[in-house]
Design a protein around this ligand. Structure first.
Ligand code: HDE
Length: 708
């Protein structure tokens, strides 16, 4: 039997491989058969005012193809944006995994990463309150590895069999298809109020984690416990992490709602423009490793996807980095047709028995078949960069032309090839886990504690984060029409997480703790299951890694607005723009109209965006420079004053130089409040402003009573 050869390394190089089917436009327009077309403006008619002829094969081919341009959108994660890049191994992991892409320091593997929202349909906005998908396809030299994760480390449910129920509950209600891309409605909260295992996830989804500032400021998580398997077959449990170099940062709720209306493409635009500018999103790749022997040493079950391993118990070891440095050439061919599957693994990576993961291993292949077709793996974006050879044949839209008459194994007529490789080092073989159990439909008792980690999350939050979480629960519950559902969320979920949380939500919704206009019936009891016995109250502990309060920052990639009119101090504007540019910040000058304004010395300065098209929610900070005529005009503009006031309310950095300070006063900005930078002259101002901007937001600001 021939020994398997390790495929020739395709790593490092092969960005070109992924573009191998790119078709640049030719000079002459042809139809799909290569025929040069003489007229693409007029259909063939019987006389200039006569009917179009059936004979017009060019017209019919063009319209027919157009009629079939759409493929079914993803049932979940329909809205997404993606980019190409590379993964680089920084710490060789040969001791715990045989995976070749993790075997050598400096080894690079091409990747394609698709970020997505979950609930909205394909044309929905980028910034609703939602979980974000974080799906990475690694084109390794041993085949495709897909790490199909989210930006939240836990999930709503413990068993895949509940996934259709969860998604039916959160999607728009079926009778009127309202609301789009929002969980704030009755069916979702009805489901949540009867599904205590979702409590921990709900804390994350109601936190600012569900409102990322940018795709590049999100953490990513594989969620499930997977296995690393070394060359000798020894297994180690592993959880995967992505840590953004820019830190994890979020929008505030009012801001994200407004962005949803003003720029539905906020996140995809931000990533696309950043990559075009060379500001490449970057993450460190981390793993939490748990030896097999320690499987039962935690007070939760490693197989339970509603639990995380606190980083304080098992640190995240950084073993790689990922840089996204190229935008797709074509949205449909790449971002829409990319087909992820948690079952796309390479030797050295294997699954645990997490019942959510196990269910996913069926679902993704099934969905690709429906969406993209049986030959989805042949599409350029899905094709491995190492050789593919098997006896799968035919089916709709087959690309490969397989010569010869042998399409079966074993065979002698084809010299036995392609042959499976029982002895090959590089072949995948499943981890030989010992299994001994009765065939039952039952949840393990070790999955029964639904609240301790929800409480841990709450306890780990800064004050402002707690306030945002209570506000989010209250906003959502205020949208729920059924009183019993609101009461059940308060009394069956929130009181079990933290009294403080329940009290705050009660105050903001008017739903009293203890008021129960609902009955726990046989049906709901069945659903509530574990609540039959009173939940265990966890000891107050914290995990600082869960908070967004102390994230790495920096200003690279941020956007600031300069509000100005004729008569502005041009030197101040130039100083701000120069410092911003040096720091990788985009500073846009906003004035009443597009074109140019004249500074105090009569020099023309280009306007980057006219005021009616520039909302404060698109910027991380705002500056009003001096120059009396300019500052007076800005102060007299309702739009401009609203701009500053709203930025202040959204806790952004607000600055003014010289006469510009009057605008801050008009906008009711409290002088001396955190993140307010006021100076008499430009000297030192840009640095002070950028330093404040690096803090992302100033949540310790007292904004009560400020109009937005
Ligand atoms: Fe998915 N999920 N999922 N999911 N999921 C899909 O596959 C599914 C789950 C995730 O950018 C679908 O191609 C089931 C957890 C991402 O193309 C589908 C269950 C996590 C993406 C599917 C889950 C995810 C998907 C829909 C419960 C985080 C987008 C279209 C067991 C770890 C990938 C598609 C992309 C997409 C099924 C739960 C992440 C239907 C049955 C947990 C990032 O196959």
């Amino acid at each position: 039997m021939p020994k398997a050869k390790k495929p020739k390394s395709a790593a490092n190089s092969k960005d070109a491989d992924l573009r191998r089917d790119t078709v640049p436009p030719g000079d002459a327009l042809t139809n799909n058969q290569g025929l040069v077309v003489s007229d693409d403006q007029n259909s063939l008619k019987a006389g200039v005012r006569g009917p179009t002829l059936l004979e017009d094969f060019h017209f019919r081919e063009k319209i027919q193809h157009f009629d079939h341009e759409r493929i079914p959108e993803r049932i979940v994660h329909a809205r997404g944006a993606a980019a190409h890049g590379y993964f680089e191994c920084t710490v060789p992991m040969g001791k715990v995994t045989a995976a070749s892409f993790l075997s050598e320091k400096g080894k690079r593997t091409p990747v394609f990463v698709r970020f997505s929202t979950v609930a909205g349909s394909r044309g929905s906005a980028d910034t609703p309150r939602d979980v974000r998908g974080f799906a990475a396809k690694f084109y390794t030299d041993e085949g495709i590895f897909d790490l199909v994760g989210n930006n939240i480390p836990v999930f709503f449910i413990q068993d895949a069999i509940k996934f259709p129920d969860l998604i039916h509950a959160v999607k728009p209600e079926p009778h009127n298809e309202i609301p789009q891309a929002a969980s704030a409605h009755d069916t979702f909260w009805d489901f949540i109020s009867l599904t205590p295992e979702a409590a921990h996830m709900m804390m994350w989804v109601m936190s600012d984690r569900a409102l990322p500032r940018s795709l590049s400021t999100m953490e990513g998580f594989g969620i499930h416990t997977y296995r690393f398997v070394d060359a000798k077959g020894k297994s180690t449990f592993v959880k995967f992490h992505w840590k953004p170099l820019k830190g994890a940062h979020s929008l505030v709720w009012d801001e994200s709602q407004k962005i949803s209306g003003k720029d539905a493409d906020f996140h995809r635009r931000d990533m696309f423009e950043a990559i075009e500018k060379g500001d490449f999103p970057e993450w460190e790749f981390g793993v939490q490793l748990v030896p097999e022997a320690d499987e039962f040493k935690f007070d939760f079950d490693l197989l339970d996807p509603t639990k995380l391993i606190p980083e304080e118990l098992v640190p995240v070891q950084r073993i790689g980095r990922m840089v996204l440095n190229r935008n797709p050439d074509n949205y449909f061919a790449e971002t829409e047709q990319v087909a992820f599957h948690p079952g796309h693994v390479v030797p050295g990576i294997d699954f645990s028995n997490d019942p959510l993961l196990q269910g996913r291993l069926f679902s993704y292949l099934d969905t690709q078949l429906r969406r993209v077709g049986p030959n989805f793996a042949e599409l350029p974006i899905n094709r491995p960069v190492c050789p593919v050879s098997n006896n799968q044949r035919d089916a709709m839209a087959r690309v490969a032309i397989n010569p010869g008459k042998v399409a079966y194994f074993p065979n002698s007529l084809g010299g036995g090839c392609p042959m499976h490789q029982p002895e090959a080092v590089a072949a995948f073989r499943s981890y030989a886990e010992k299994i001994d159990g009765a065939k039952i439909r039952q949840r393990s008792e070790s999955f029964g504690d639904h609240f301790s980690q929800a409480t841990l999350f709450w306890n780990s939050m800064a004050d402002w984060e707690k306030e945002h979480i209570a506000d989010a629960f209250s906003f959502e519950l205020n949208q729920v029409e059924t009183l019993e559902v609101r009461q059940r969320v308060l009394n069956e979920v929130l009181v079990n997480v933290a009294d403080d949380l329940a009290r705050r939500v009660s105050l903001k919704t008017g739903v009293a703790i203890g008021d129960k206009d609902y009955e726990i019936t046989a049906e709901t009891l069945g659903a509530l299951g574990p609540l039959k016995s009173p939940p265990k109250k966890p000891a107050a502990k914290t995990s600082p890694a869960l908070s967004l309060a102390k994230q790495p920052g920096g200003v690279k990639g941020r956007k600031i607005a300069i509000l100005a009119a004729d008569g502005v101090d041009g030197k101040q504007v130039a100083a701000i723009k120069k410092a911003a540019d040096k720091a990788g910040v985009t500073a846009e000058l906003i004035a009443k109209f597009g074109g140019t304004i004249q500074d105090a010395s009569g020099k023309a300065i280009p306007v980057d965006r006219p005021a009616p098209n520039a909302a404060s929610v698109f910027y991380d900070g705002v500056i009003v420079p001096g120059g009396k005529a300019s500052a007076d005009a800005v102060a007299a503009s309702g739009l401009a004053v609203h701009f500053v006031s709203e930025a202040y309310r959204h806790c952004k950095t607000v600055g003014a130089i010289g006469e510009g300070a009057q605008v801050l006063e008009k906008a009711m900005v409290a002088s001396g409040a955190p993140g307010i930078v006021v100076a008499k002259s430009a000297s030192g101002f840009p640095d002070a402003f950028l330093e404040a901007l690096a803090e992302h937001r100033h949540y310790d600001r007292d904004i009560a009573g400020i109009p937005a």
